[in-house]
Design a protein around this ligand. Structure first.
Ligand code: ZN
Length: 245
């Protein structure tokens, strides 16, 4: 058990937390303050109140500027002032905590544009789903993205654990357990392709998890209020490829 937080890294606390989360999510769906916010959301950046398709196009245009070293000049003072009364980001991005991947840079975005959720291995834990729900309900964000990357150390650790049966120290088993579903049904001709295949499968699984997350995200997807896509960041080129549109 961790002496700081009292958490025992086993499956049971996660199961309990998931049950608590489900109850909380249902409550959030009918919470008056959130429902009120949904219909009266602040739009300090009118240019961000766009369709899911337009939001994806805008992200990819930003990535193209990043590739061409043509980033827009930032006026942080004006941006901070415009955002004093709220935020309406046009995309919510779940990305790995890896320091080589910085969503604000790689999409050449401004303050108030991206709702960033970061966790090693970019998986949709209950708290991550809740964060996306907040972005959709409260901030009217039209596009959700799961953004993995090449050579992901968290995915590699999960693979290594599965191969060797070695127990990781501390809380690290929580990461390996969360990524473990991506290891199932992965068949590759060459061992050197295994990591890349699992990284892609992990993105695919978490896109599906978000699209099916009831009772909020699944309804928003069905009504076309939002779109959930999966992308892969390429470390060498800086390009984001949309693998799961
Ligand atoms: Zn990573």
């Amino acid at each position: 058990m961790c002496l700081l937080c009292g958490l025992t890294p086993s499956k049971e606390p996660q199961r309990l937390r998931r049950r608590e989360f489900i109850a909380g999510a249902v409550a959030a769906a009918v919470t008056p303050s959130l429902a009120h916010a949904e219909t009266n959301g602040s739009t300090p950046k009118p240019q961000n109140a766009i369709s899911p398709d337009a939001a994806l196009a805008r992200l990819l245009e930003g990535n193209q500027r990043f590739l061409e070293d043509g980033e827009k000049r930032q006026d942080f003072g004006a941006e901070r002032e415009a955002l004093l009364r709220g935020q309406n980001p046009f995309a919510a991005v779940l990305s790995c905590a890896d320091s080589r991947l910085a969503p604000a840079y790689i999409f050449d975005s401004e303050l108030g544009d991206l709702f960033n959720i970061r966790i090693a291995g970019n998986f949709a834990a209950p708290e991550v789903i809740a964060s996306f729900e907040y972005a959709v309900l409260k901030l009217n964000t039209p596009l959700l993205m799961v953004l993995g990357h090449e050579k992901c150390g968290a995915v590699e650790a999960a693979l290594q654990t599965a191969r060797t049966g070695e127990r990781l120290p501390g809380h690290l088993p929580l990461l390996a357990e969360a990524i473990a579903p991506a290891l199932a049904d992965v068949h590759v001709a060459r061992p050197e392709d295994e990591l890349a295949t699992v990284i892609n499968h992990n993105i695919q699984i978490n896109v599906a998890t978000l699209r099916a997350a009831s009772p909020i995200l699944d309804h928003a997807v069905a009504s076309k209020k939002i779109r959930v896509v999966g992308g892969l960041y390429r470390l060498e080129s800086g390009r984001v490829d949309i693998l799961y549109p």
